[in-house]
Design a protein around this ligand. Structure first.
Ligand code: BGC
Length: 877
């Protein structure tokens, strides 16, 4: 079975059947967004059965207007406290739901913890810490009264080093993203908060991401559905597997069709193949159609407005009521949308004592406008200043500390003795003198860089900056609070050590910072504020320079990294509020560094092909971003092309050294494809009778708030729509492939995330790690990469990360055994013809499981055919 590039969708079978949902610009030939209808009903997975039966009981009592009301936000800045607020069905006890950013904590609120960003969390390669951070984030959201946490983010995956929002996610590898997202979701949802996996899918750059009346968002043309499954979808699938309650679509299009109304992605992939049981929301202001998005499987429109907000218009709300009455949107679809939302609310126990929001995203004052966007609005108390921080600074600090990645340490120069004479350079060593929250949504790069900018941020309660922590240990430290090397600088003594802080920032393209409109598009991979020059100048004068980088992603280090005066290079990534002690603990050797790079750092930008290295620039019509590199991003590409990076994915040094001793156990025998899936279980059943028009009439004497979004219609409009609906005149121009008959679901499905057998453990690899050093304690990262058998009919990357574990702190000579697990899915490839996961070596062919500390430091090979592990080997890269 040869690997072939097949366009999305088996049912397309190579034909170019295009779903004509809305008119759009043509994408390159061969890229197809195939139709998939109808939207699969939720509720057929047994672990959700109870929640769905409660939802069925509630939804069957709702009027049409109540149903439409809870599928949409009430309008942007409409004053309810959160960044997104649904309508309610108060009569039946279903409240407005509060949806709040960000992936790294509670955004736009006081008395919260500013946790390290996703990219920092990924760099810990530490499952326990990732989970603990998730628990703490969930507790804070609960304390503030959130229903839905708008995180974690796994899209962007990190395909483009310049991509503006990579730092919100966990690193440029699907397995790292997947495991970190799943643990975050688990931690958050155990606190009764619904997590949101976002952004589905292909939001790999910020520029041209959004639809506006003049230009569509760019089209991520994902070359084939093997790339979709093995890279971009993988973290979403794992998130669904752990029961994530909601999903957010991306701003951009995929293969020409906007993600918020992409029937193939939402109905086909997410809801049918992955068996997603929660609800799907649009990203903010990306809702561009009423009927089409409903048919394509969207369940919630956020924040409720059309994509030009603040005119009091919505594509749903009153329009959804109308569309159901006139028969364009089947009542069955609306019922499923609402049931998914209500069931998710029940599933996480939010019907019992769930706190109401006690903060306002719009102001930090006690009193504020109740409906700011209404202009004429009553005032009232909007903030209760509830402190939800508890002792979360501890987990925040541990993540920041254990993420610190030591890239270079010549002659074991680090750690530093506190008796050294230290000279610190760079404004990033100290908190922004205007205050850590001086810039709205952190849209500036001034002082210590603890997070990127945009919606994915939180307010700092304080920022423990590096210079304060260094001063505590070395009171005589000299601090040059400048990004330009001082004009006149006395010649340092050979014992003086310069510590130079540099930064690189990025964010969401709702803001432009120093010429970067989200992505790092102007400064490329250079350090900001001429940081590279500062390092070079310091290295001219000082014989010992330590570089500390606070950065959203990879940097071009080439102009100084080989300079012999540059003794050490540390990446703090984006440390959040705990930027000081975490760093000082590592610099001065209280702990050994144990972070590892969640992406590769190349020597030249063009070590990656153009499709990855560059952003897609302006084009008339729809900007096309074609994933011609397929599976080959980051280390997968570099290995294939035998390009040696400066520092490879997974790289990270310690003050000590480790040895690994592994063995391999076969656990579950595999077949070519997973055993046949079980049929879907039953789903709620409702009356199919068209509701009376009166269910959508405005209540009498209702006092409307200007620009607030409602689901009611004028009597005349409702009656008119009902007359059309009851006559059964099909007037809507349904897309090709439209159907209302529920499908049994694809063979690859069968449970949350896909066929449950995909998670059968095939091999277990216990790895005994020993601290072989004599001076320092430290934590080892154990990374497991798979190499597929030779001679199989699939082109596979040479090695691919499949699991990782981290030891506790090991004293010199101490050992610990950690266990790596490889599932059926880990050994599979997505077969585009069978449309299923296939184990190409199921009949005893040799897979090699490479165990080591980095993608380029893999010395132990475990062979699945013989069960033998051998040290002293190197993979064929
Ligand atoms: C972002 C989302 C975010 C939402 C709400 C959008 O601009 O893309 O990630 O959750 O805003 O703030």
């Amino acid at each position: 079975m040869a690997y072939r590039s097949l366009v999305f969708g088996a049912f397309a079978s190579g034909s170019l059947a295009v779903s004509v949902v809305t008119p759009r610009d043509p994408v390159p030939p061969g890229f197809v967004a195939a139709p998939y209808y109808p939207a699969p009903h939720g509720g057929w997975v047994s672990s959700w059965a109870e929640a769905y039966s409660k939802a069925e009981a509630l939804v069957s009592q709702m009027t049409l207007a109540e149903k439409a009301n809870i599928t949409s936000g009430i309008g942007i800045f409409m004053g309810e406290p959160c960044v997104g607020n649904t309508g309610s069905a108060e009569r039946l006890g279903f409240p407005r739901m509060c949806l709040q950013d960000s992936a790294l904590g509670v955004s736009s609120a006081d008395n919260v913890t500013a946790f390290p960003a996703g990219i920092t969390t990924g760099a810990t390669f530490d499952k326990k810490l990732i989970y603990a951070r998730g628990v703490a984030i969930g507790e804070e959201h609960r304390g503030k009264g959130t229903n839905v946490y708008l995180g974690p983010s796994v899209g962007p995956l990190g395909r483009k080093p310049l991509g503006g929002r990579n730092w919100e996610g966990f690193g440029s590898d699907p397995v790292l993203q997947a495991k970190a997202a799943a643990l975050t979701i688990k931690g958050v949802q155990e606190q009764g908060i619904i997590a949101t996996i976002k952004h589905l899918i292909g939001n790999e750059q910020e520029m041209y991401r959004m639809y506006n009346p003049f230009q569509p968002g760019y089209s991520a043309n994902i070359a084939d559905d093997r790339t979709l499954h093995e890279l971009y979808l993988w973290p979403f699938a794992e998130s669904v597997h752990v029961g994530v309650g909601s999903a957010m679509t991306a701003y951009n299009a995929v293969n020409g069709s906007a993600c918020s109304q992409h029937s193939y992605l939402i109905n086909g992939i997410l809801k049918d193949e992955l068996g997603f049981q929660g609800f799907v929301m649009s990203d903010w202001l990306s809702h561009i159609s009423g009927v089409d998005s409903a048919l394509a499987g969207l369940d919630m429109n956020m924040p409720g407005d059309t994509n030009i907000p603040l005119f009091g218009f919505s594509n749903w709300h009153y329009e959804l009521s109308r569309s159901v009455l006139n028969g364009s949107v089947p009542l069955d679809r609306l019922n499923d949308m609402v049931t998914r939302i209500v069931a998710t609310w029940y599933k996480f126990g939010q019907d019992k004592d769930h706190p109401r929001p006690n903060f306002s995203s719009n102001t930090r004052d006690r009193d504020g406008l109740l409906y700011p966007a209404a202009l004429f609005s009553p005032k009232g108390q909007v903030n209760w200043f509830v402190n939800v921080q508890a002792d979360h600074y501890l987990v925040a600090r541990e993540v920041a500390q254990d993420a610190i990645t030591l890239l270079k340490n010549n002659g074991s120069f680090l750690p530093l003795a506190t008796s050294r004479s230290l000279h610190v350079f760079g404004t990033a060593a100290q908190v922004n003198p205007d205050g850590p929250n001086a810039c709205l949504n952190r849209a500036c790069n001034k002082g210590t860089l603890g997070m990127g900018w945009g919606s994915g941020v939180a307010d700092y309660p304080y920022l423990d900056d590096p210079i304060s922590a260094i001063r505590k240990r070395v009171p005589g430290v000299k601090f040059f609070n400048t990004d330009g090397f001082p004009w006149f600088h006395p010649t340092p003594s050979p014992d003086d050590v310069a510590i130079v802080f540099i930064t690189s920032d990025a964010g969401e393209n709702s803001f432009t910072v120093e010429g970067n409109n989200g992505d790092r598009n102007s400064a490329k991979l250079a350090a900001w504020h001429n940081g590279d020059e500062l390092v070079r100048k310091a290295a001219e004068k000082y014989s010992s320079v330590i570089v500390v980088a606070q950065t959203v992603g990879p940097l071009d280090l080439e102009s100084w990294v080989d300079n012999p005066a540059v003794k050490g290079v540390l990446f703090q990534h984006l440390p959040g509020q705990e930027a000081g002690e975490s760093l000082a603990n590592v610099l001065f050797g209280d702990v050994s560094p144990s972070g590892h790079l969640p992406y590769s750092i190349t020597k030249r930008a063009n070590d990656f092909p153009d499709s990855i290295a560059n952003l897609r620039g302006f084009a008339f019509g729809q900007v096309q971003d074609t994933y011609s590199e397929g599976l080959y991003i980051d280390y997968r590409w570099l290995n294939k092309k035998k390009i040696k990076p400066r520092f490879a994915f997974g790289h990270g040094l310690s003050y000590t050294s480790f040895s690994f001793d592994a063995s391999v156990e076969s656990v579950t025998e595999l077949s070519l494809v997973p055993p046949p899936r079980a049929p879907k279980g039953s789903t709620p059943v409702y009356s199919t009778e068209l509701p009376p028009a009166s269910e959508a009439y405005w209540p009498t004497e209702f006092k409307r708030i200007w620009r607030y979004l409602y689901s009611w219609l004028n009597k005349n409009d409702a009656d008119k729509a009902y007359a059309v609906g009851i006559a059964g005149v099909k007037k809507y121009n349904y897309p090709a492939g439209y159907s209302t008959v529920q499908k049994p679901g694809p063979a690859a499905g069968g449970g949350e995330g896909g066929n449950p057998a995909l998670w059968d453990v095939a091999f277990r690899v216990p790895v005994t790690v020993k601290n072989t050093g004599t001076k320092f304690s430290g934590r080892a990262s154990v990374q497991a990469y798979i190499q597929y058998p030779e001679g199989i009919p699939y082109d596979t990357p040479i090695v691919q990360l499949r699991d990782f574990e981290k030891t506790q702190v090991l004293a010199p000579g101490e050992t610990q055994t950690v266990t790596i697990e490889l599932t059926r899915k880990d050994l599979s490839v997505w077969d585009v013809e069978l449309q299923n996961w296939v184990v190409p070596g199921f009949d005893g062919k040799r897979y090699t499981i490479w165990i080591g500390e980095a993608s380029d430091k893999l010395f132990t090979a475990c062979y699945t055919d013989t069960g033998v592990c051998e040290g002293g080997k190197t993979p064929p890269v």
